[in-house]
Design a protein around this ligand. Sequence first.
Ligand code: ZN
Length: 310
Amino acid sequence: MNEEHRIRCFLCGSEQYDEFNRLESFGYPLVYYQCDHCGLIFQSAEANQAVDTDFYSETYRQIYQASTEPTAKDLWVQENRALALVSLLRTLKIQPRERILDIGASTGLLLETFRETILAAAGPGTMDTLNGGEVVGVEPGDAYRAHAEGRGLKMYPSVDQLIESYPHKFDLISMIHVLEHLPDPVGMLKRIRENLLKDHGVLLLEVPNFYAHDSYELAHLACYTPHTLQQVLRQAGYHVFFFQRHGFPRSSFLNLYLTLLAQPLPADAPLTPVKRDRMVRCKRRAGFLYRRGVEKLFPDKAWLPLPDVE
Ligand SMILES: [Zn+2]
């Protein structure tokens, strides 16, 4: 508790916490805390390199992929993930007809998949007109944003710049593997609800599952469990109407990811206090016991093969 800066929980704002784990990632020392009040696992945003704006524009990709350009493995995962997300929306009969936004759009692969499969199917029109519809992306990484712009996608470097200069609201907003990087997830989701999402719009969100995915990474400021993720959405004024634990496209047996769909709550919905997460350390241990068992017994299904490309 003798840190120079004040550390606050990203979910409930409490300043009471315990150390949960201490480790090293890419040569950087990391400390994860657990909030005494709500149980969220998080790093000090101030102490983490990731709060530096330049970090995401260049350093992040260099550290993680030894390159600022998209790798073939990265593109393969993005492509298969995009197809799965579109298939999920179709199964649930969610058909955004006008505008779709992807925050953390990377190379724009998900946006292209949305444009080709969802908006184009919504009615007659060419790829460019789409009945007045449009796909838009936010991506802070310069090389990735340039890649997406090169494919004819409308891109912005930050949510702030999008809010300032884009006049319309969106039917669907996706944030795929973004929330775990944010120092103020509740604040960001509130801004999205108030400024970018239509009243009946849908938010599509995916993060690593702390009970199956390693989760500890330099740039992962919070590690979400099914409970804390849903609490973040509730505090930001959303109603979660679909929630799934799954491993696609990396695993058939390990629930590495949490995917959810949510809609804004009515403006007069009462703000409920954050409910505490319980037994987090026990559940993490049990999850990793199961994971090691599956990896031994079913190595081919625990981790699905990636294409042999680099
Ligand atoms: Zn908390």
